[in-house]
Write a protein that binds this ligand. Structure first.
Ligand code: SF4
Length: 335
Protein backbone atom coordinates (compact mmCIF):
# COMPACT_ATOMS: atom_id res chain seq x y z
CA UNK A 1 0.00 0.00 0.00
CA UNK A 2 1.47 3.37 -0.91
CA UNK A 3 -0.19 5.54 -3.52
CA UNK A 4 -3.40 7.21 -2.42
CA UNK A 5 -6.87 5.81 -2.93
CA UNK A 6 -8.34 9.25 -3.53
CA UNK A 7 -6.57 12.57 -3.55
CA UNK A 8 -8.21 14.83 -0.99
CA UNK A 9 -5.64 17.30 0.36
CA UNK A 10 -7.88 18.32 3.27
CA UNK A 11 -7.57 22.07 2.72
CA UNK A 12 -3.77 22.12 2.56
CA UNK A 13 -1.94 23.47 -0.51
CA UNK A 14 0.10 20.27 -0.60
CA UNK A 15 -0.57 16.55 -0.38
CA UNK A 16 0.50 15.76 3.17
CA UNK A 17 1.01 12.45 4.94
CA UNK A 18 -1.87 13.40 7.22
CA UNK A 19 -4.13 13.77 4.19
CA UNK A 20 -3.01 10.39 2.86
CA UNK A 21 -3.77 8.72 6.22
CA UNK A 22 -7.20 10.33 6.41
CA UNK A 23 -7.98 9.29 2.84
CA UNK A 24 -6.96 5.68 3.44
CA UNK A 25 -7.83 5.08 7.12
CA UNK A 26 -10.28 7.89 7.87
CA UNK A 27 -8.02 9.27 10.60
CA UNK A 28 -4.47 10.32 11.43
CA UNK A 29 -1.74 7.72 11.93
CA UNK A 30 1.03 8.25 14.48
CA UNK A 31 4.64 7.32 13.90
CA UNK A 32 6.42 5.64 16.79
CA UNK A 33 10.14 6.11 16.20
CA UNK A 34 12.22 3.07 17.13
CA UNK A 35 15.92 2.49 17.70
CA UNK A 36 16.60 -1.23 17.26
CA UNK A 37 20.34 -0.98 17.81
CA UNK A 38 21.48 -0.90 14.19
CA UNK A 39 24.72 0.68 13.10
CA UNK A 40 25.50 2.49 9.88
CA UNK A 41 28.10 1.67 7.21
CA UNK A 42 29.00 5.33 7.17
CA UNK A 43 30.13 5.09 10.77
CA UNK A 44 31.52 1.59 11.23
CA UNK A 45 34.22 1.89 8.56
CA UNK A 46 32.45 0.08 5.72
CA UNK A 47 31.70 3.29 3.78
CA UNK A 48 33.27 5.73 6.22
CA UNK A 49 33.92 6.34 9.90
CA UNK A 50 32.75 9.86 10.71
CA UNK A 51 29.17 9.56 9.43
CA UNK A 52 27.36 12.24 7.44
CA UNK A 53 28.53 15.63 8.68
CA UNK A 54 25.02 16.70 9.76
CA UNK A 55 24.12 13.50 11.61
CA UNK A 56 23.86 13.53 15.40
CA UNK A 57 25.21 10.79 17.67
CA UNK A 58 21.68 9.34 17.79
CA UNK A 59 21.90 8.46 14.09
CA UNK A 60 19.11 10.87 13.11
CA UNK A 61 16.78 9.20 15.57
CA UNK A 62 17.09 11.27 18.72
CA UNK A 63 13.47 10.75 19.84
CA UNK A 64 13.38 7.04 19.15
CA UNK A 65 12.33 4.43 21.72
CA UNK A 66 15.20 2.05 22.41
CA UNK A 67 15.77 -0.77 24.91
CA UNK A 68 15.50 -4.52 25.11
CA UNK A 69 11.77 -4.91 25.76
CA UNK A 70 9.68 -6.71 23.17
CA UNK A 71 8.93 -4.63 20.13
CA UNK A 72 5.26 -4.53 21.10
CA UNK A 73 6.22 -3.12 24.52
CA UNK A 74 8.42 -0.51 22.82
CA UNK A 75 5.56 0.46 20.55
CA UNK A 76 3.30 0.81 23.60
CA UNK A 77 5.91 3.03 25.26
CA UNK A 78 6.11 5.17 22.12
CA UNK A 79 2.33 5.38 21.99
CA UNK A 80 2.27 6.46 25.67
CA UNK A 81 4.76 9.26 24.87
CA UNK A 82 2.76 10.38 21.85
CA UNK A 83 -0.45 10.54 23.86
CA UNK A 84 0.89 13.53 25.78
CA UNK A 85 0.80 15.54 22.57
CA UNK A 86 -1.86 13.62 20.66
CA UNK A 87 -4.52 12.19 23.02
CA UNK A 88 -6.27 10.73 19.97
CA UNK A 89 -3.36 8.33 19.58
CA UNK A 90 -4.69 6.28 22.55
CA UNK A 91 -6.84 3.24 21.88
CA UNK A 92 -10.53 4.02 22.41
CA UNK A 93 -11.67 2.39 25.68
CA UNK A 94 -15.33 2.27 24.71
CA UNK A 95 -14.67 0.55 21.40
CA UNK A 96 -16.23 -2.90 21.07
CA UNK A 97 -15.46 -3.68 17.44
CA UNK A 98 -11.80 -4.06 16.39
CA UNK A 99 -10.33 -0.61 15.89
CA UNK A 100 -8.61 0.70 12.86
CA UNK A 101 -4.84 0.70 13.54
CA UNK A 102 -3.37 4.06 14.52
CA UNK A 103 0.38 3.47 14.57
CA UNK A 104 3.24 3.33 12.11
CA UNK A 105 6.28 1.52 13.50
CA UNK A 106 9.07 3.75 12.26
CA UNK A 107 12.47 2.07 12.30
CA UNK A 108 14.30 5.36 12.38
CA UNK A 109 17.73 5.38 14.00
CA UNK A 110 20.80 4.65 11.86
CA UNK A 111 20.45 2.15 8.99
CA UNK A 112 17.67 -0.33 9.60
CA UNK A 113 18.41 -2.81 6.83
CA UNK A 114 22.04 -3.06 7.91
CA UNK A 115 22.72 -6.03 10.16
CA UNK A 116 21.75 -9.68 10.53
CA UNK A 117 18.83 -10.12 8.09
CA UNK A 118 17.17 -12.76 10.31
CA UNK A 119 17.23 -10.48 13.34
CA UNK A 120 15.81 -7.58 11.31
CA UNK A 121 13.19 -9.83 9.76
CA UNK A 122 12.00 -10.93 13.19
CA UNK A 123 11.73 -7.32 14.45
CA UNK A 124 9.83 -6.17 11.36
CA UNK A 125 7.56 -9.21 11.66
CA UNK A 126 6.82 -8.42 15.32
CA UNK A 127 5.86 -4.86 14.40
CA UNK A 128 3.66 -5.99 11.50
CA UNK A 129 1.93 -8.54 13.71
CA UNK A 130 0.84 -5.87 16.24
CA UNK A 131 -2.87 -5.09 15.80
CA UNK A 132 -2.10 -1.44 16.61
CA UNK A 133 0.10 -0.94 13.52
CA UNK A 134 -1.12 0.02 10.07
CA UNK A 135 2.33 -0.75 8.73
CA UNK A 136 6.03 -0.17 9.15
CA UNK A 137 8.44 2.36 7.73
CA UNK A 138 12.11 1.48 7.49
CA UNK A 139 14.76 4.20 7.31
CA UNK A 140 17.87 3.09 5.46
CA UNK A 141 20.44 3.86 2.78
CA UNK A 142 20.19 2.81 -0.88
CA UNK A 143 23.51 0.95 -0.60
CA UNK A 144 22.12 -1.30 2.16
CA UNK A 145 19.41 -3.15 0.26
CA UNK A 146 21.05 -6.48 -0.50
CA UNK A 147 19.15 -9.53 -1.70
CA UNK A 148 19.14 -11.10 1.80
CA UNK A 149 17.05 -8.34 3.31
CA UNK A 150 14.96 -7.69 0.18
CA UNK A 151 13.94 -11.36 -0.02
CA UNK A 152 12.78 -11.23 3.58
CA UNK A 153 10.89 -7.97 3.06
CA UNK A 154 9.12 -9.45 0.03
CA UNK A 155 8.09 -12.44 2.14
CA UNK A 156 6.77 -10.12 4.87
CA UNK A 157 4.82 -8.19 2.26
CA UNK A 158 3.12 -11.42 1.18
CA UNK A 159 2.46 -12.52 4.77
CA UNK A 160 0.93 -9.18 5.83
CA UNK A 161 -1.04 -8.05 2.77
CA UNK A 162 -3.22 -5.64 4.78
CA UNK A 163 -0.21 -3.75 6.15
CA UNK A 164 2.23 -1.48 4.36
CA UNK A 165 6.01 -1.64 4.29
CA UNK A 166 7.59 1.67 3.32
CA UNK A 167 11.30 2.13 2.68
CA UNK A 168 12.73 5.55 3.60
CA UNK A 169 15.92 6.43 1.74
CA UNK A 170 18.35 9.11 2.96
CA UNK A 171 19.22 10.81 -0.32
CA UNK A 172 19.55 14.43 0.86
CA UNK A 173 20.65 15.65 -2.58
CA UNK A 174 21.17 14.30 -6.10
CA UNK A 175 24.41 16.29 -6.47
CA UNK A 176 27.48 14.14 -5.98
CA UNK A 177 29.67 17.14 -5.18
CA UNK A 178 27.44 17.99 -2.20
CA UNK A 179 27.23 14.31 -1.25
CA UNK A 180 31.02 14.22 -1.06
CA UNK A 181 31.11 17.38 1.01
CA UNK A 182 28.60 16.05 3.56
CA UNK A 183 30.25 12.58 3.47
CA UNK A 184 27.08 10.75 2.46
CA UNK A 185 29.19 7.78 1.52
CA UNK A 186 27.59 6.61 -1.75
CA UNK A 187 27.24 8.06 -5.26
CA UNK A 188 23.80 9.16 -6.48
CA UNK A 189 23.62 6.43 -9.16
CA UNK A 190 23.25 3.93 -6.29
CA UNK A 191 20.07 5.75 -5.25
CA UNK A 192 18.63 5.52 -8.78
CA UNK A 193 19.39 1.77 -8.96
CA UNK A 194 17.77 1.22 -5.56
CA UNK A 195 14.66 3.12 -6.69
CA UNK A 196 14.37 0.90 -9.78
CA UNK A 197 14.72 -2.24 -7.70
CA UNK A 198 12.23 -1.13 -5.05
CA UNK A 199 9.72 -0.09 -7.73
CA UNK A 200 10.10 -3.50 -9.36
CA UNK A 201 9.44 -5.21 -6.03
CA UNK A 202 6.46 -2.96 -5.29
CA UNK A 203 7.75 -1.18 -2.19
CA UNK A 204 6.60 2.41 -1.71
CA UNK A 205 9.63 4.65 -1.10
CA UNK A 206 9.88 7.85 0.92
CA UNK A 207 12.92 9.94 -0.03
CA UNK A 208 14.61 12.22 2.48
CA UNK A 209 16.04 15.49 1.18
CA UNK A 210 17.76 18.34 3.00
CA UNK A 211 17.22 21.99 2.09
CA UNK A 212 20.11 24.36 2.76
CA UNK A 213 23.08 22.02 2.38
CA UNK A 214 26.43 23.83 2.10
CA UNK A 215 27.36 24.90 -1.41
CA UNK A 216 23.88 24.30 -2.88
CA UNK A 217 21.95 27.04 -4.66
CA UNK A 218 18.15 27.12 -4.86
CA UNK A 219 18.47 25.83 -8.44
CA UNK A 220 20.49 22.85 -7.18
CA UNK A 221 17.76 21.97 -4.70
CA UNK A 222 15.07 22.32 -7.36
CA UNK A 223 17.04 19.91 -9.58
CA UNK A 224 16.80 17.37 -6.78
CA UNK A 225 13.01 17.87 -6.81
CA UNK A 226 12.93 17.35 -10.60
CA UNK A 227 14.89 14.13 -10.21
CA UNK A 228 12.38 12.93 -7.64
CA UNK A 229 9.51 13.66 -10.01
CA UNK A 230 11.28 11.48 -12.51
CA UNK A 231 11.69 8.49 -10.16
CA UNK A 232 8.17 8.86 -8.70
CA UNK A 233 8.55 7.97 -5.02
CA UNK A 234 5.44 7.51 -2.90
CA UNK A 235 6.66 10.24 -0.54
CA UNK A 236 9.25 12.93 0.04
CA UNK A 237 10.55 14.62 3.16
CA UNK A 238 11.78 18.20 2.82
CA UNK A 239 14.02 18.59 5.85
CA UNK A 240 15.53 21.96 6.70
CA UNK A 241 19.26 21.66 7.42
CA UNK A 242 19.67 21.67 11.18
CA UNK A 243 23.08 22.24 12.65
CA UNK A 244 23.23 19.98 15.67
CA UNK A 245 25.63 20.01 18.57
CA UNK A 246 28.46 17.49 18.39
CA UNK A 247 28.36 17.07 14.62
CA UNK A 248 31.13 17.88 12.16
CA UNK A 249 28.72 20.30 10.52
CA UNK A 250 28.61 22.21 13.83
CA UNK A 251 32.41 22.58 13.70
CA UNK A 252 32.14 23.87 10.12
CA UNK A 253 29.46 26.31 11.25
CA UNK A 254 31.62 27.57 14.11
CA UNK A 255 34.45 28.06 11.60
CA UNK A 256 32.12 30.12 9.37
CA UNK A 257 32.12 27.52 6.57
CA UNK A 258 28.40 26.80 6.69
CA UNK A 259 25.63 29.37 6.72
CA UNK A 260 22.17 28.19 7.79
CA UNK A 261 19.19 29.50 5.85
CA UNK A 262 17.38 32.60 7.07
CA UNK A 263 13.69 32.05 7.66
CA UNK A 264 12.63 34.09 4.60
CA UNK A 265 15.09 32.22 2.35
CA UNK A 266 13.81 28.90 3.61
CA UNK A 267 10.15 29.84 3.12
CA UNK A 268 10.90 30.86 -0.45
CA UNK A 269 12.86 27.70 -1.15
CA UNK A 270 10.54 25.18 0.48
CA UNK A 271 7.46 26.66 -1.22
CA UNK A 272 9.24 26.51 -4.59
CA UNK A 273 10.12 22.87 -3.86
CA UNK A 274 6.52 22.01 -3.01
CA UNK A 275 5.29 23.73 -6.16
CA UNK A 276 7.90 21.86 -8.23
CA UNK A 277 6.90 18.42 -6.98
CA UNK A 278 4.36 16.30 -8.80
CA UNK A 279 0.94 16.51 -7.11
CA UNK A 280 1.00 12.70 -6.97
CA UNK A 281 3.86 12.65 -4.45
CA UNK A 282 2.87 12.64 -0.80
CA UNK A 283 4.91 15.12 1.24
CA UNK A 284 5.71 13.47 4.55
CA UNK A 285 7.50 16.44 6.10
CA UNK A 286 8.01 20.08 5.23
CA UNK A 287 10.13 21.33 8.14
CA UNK A 288 12.74 19.97 10.47
CA UNK A 289 12.27 17.41 13.17
CA UNK A 290 15.50 17.74 15.11
CA UNK A 291 15.89 17.76 18.89
CA UNK A 292 15.65 21.30 20.31
CA UNK A 293 18.28 20.44 22.94
CA UNK A 294 20.90 19.81 20.23
CA UNK A 295 19.90 22.57 17.82
CA UNK A 296 22.58 25.21 17.29
CA UNK A 297 21.13 26.84 14.18
CA UNK A 298 18.85 28.06 12.72
CA UNK A 299 17.11 28.88 16.00
CA UNK A 300 14.04 30.33 14.27
CA UNK A 301 13.16 26.75 13.26
CA UNK A 302 12.36 25.84 16.89
CA UNK A 303 8.89 27.33 16.48
CA UNK A 304 7.51 24.66 14.19
CA UNK A 305 3.95 25.98 14.24
CA UNK A 306 5.20 29.41 13.12
CA UNK A 307 7.23 27.80 10.31
CA UNK A 308 4.26 25.74 9.11
CA UNK A 309 2.01 28.80 9.15
CA UNK A 310 4.71 30.72 7.28
CA UNK A 311 4.77 28.08 4.53
CA UNK A 312 1.00 28.21 4.08
CA UNK A 313 0.99 32.03 4.03
CA UNK A 314 3.92 32.18 1.57
CA UNK A 315 2.18 29.75 -0.79
CA UNK A 316 -0.96 31.86 -0.65
CA UNK A 317 1.05 35.03 -1.39
CA UNK A 318 2.71 33.34 -4.37
CA UNK A 319 -0.59 31.86 -5.53
CA UNK A 320 0.89 28.37 -5.75
CA UNK A 321 0.17 24.85 -4.54
CA UNK A 322 1.97 21.53 -4.93
CA UNK A 323 2.48 20.88 -8.62
CA UNK A 324 2.12 24.50 -9.78
CA UNK A 325 5.64 24.43 -11.27
CA UNK A 326 5.66 20.71 -12.09
CA UNK A 327 6.71 19.79 -15.61
CA UNK A 328 5.66 16.19 -16.32
CA UNK A 329 7.76 16.03 -19.48
CA UNK A 330 11.09 16.23 -17.61
CA UNK A 331 13.42 13.27 -18.19
CA UNK A 332 16.48 12.08 -16.36
CA UNK A 333 18.63 13.30 -19.25
CA UNK A 334 17.42 16.85 -18.75
CA UNK A 335 18.55 16.92 -15.12
S1 SF4 B 1 22.50 10.18 8.34
FE1 SF4 B 1 22.17 7.99 8.22
S2 SF4 B 1 23.76 7.29 6.79
FE2 SF4 B 1 24.41 9.30 7.53
S3 SF4 B 1 25.71 8.86 9.31
FE3 SF4 B 1 23.62 9.24 10.06
S4 SF4 B 1 22.74 7.20 10.25
FE4 SF4 B 1 24.53 7.03 8.88
Amino acid sequence: MGPSIRQDWHQKPWYSLDAWCKNVYGHKLYKVALDIGCSCPNRDGTAGTGGCTFCSAGGSGDFAVSGTDSLRARLAEGQRRLQKKWPDCAPKKEAVAPQSPRLIAYFQSYTNTYGDPDRLDSLFREALACPETAGISIATRPDCLGEGILTRLCRLKREFPRKFIWIELGLQTIHDSTALRIRRGYPTRVFFSAMDRLHDLGFPVVVHTILGLPGESCQDVLKTMQALNHVRPFGVKLQLLHILSGTDMAAEYEAGKVRPLEKGEYLDLVTDCIASLSPEICIHRVTGDGPASLLIAPLWSKNKRDVLNGITVRMKEKGIRQGSYYEPSGTADSL
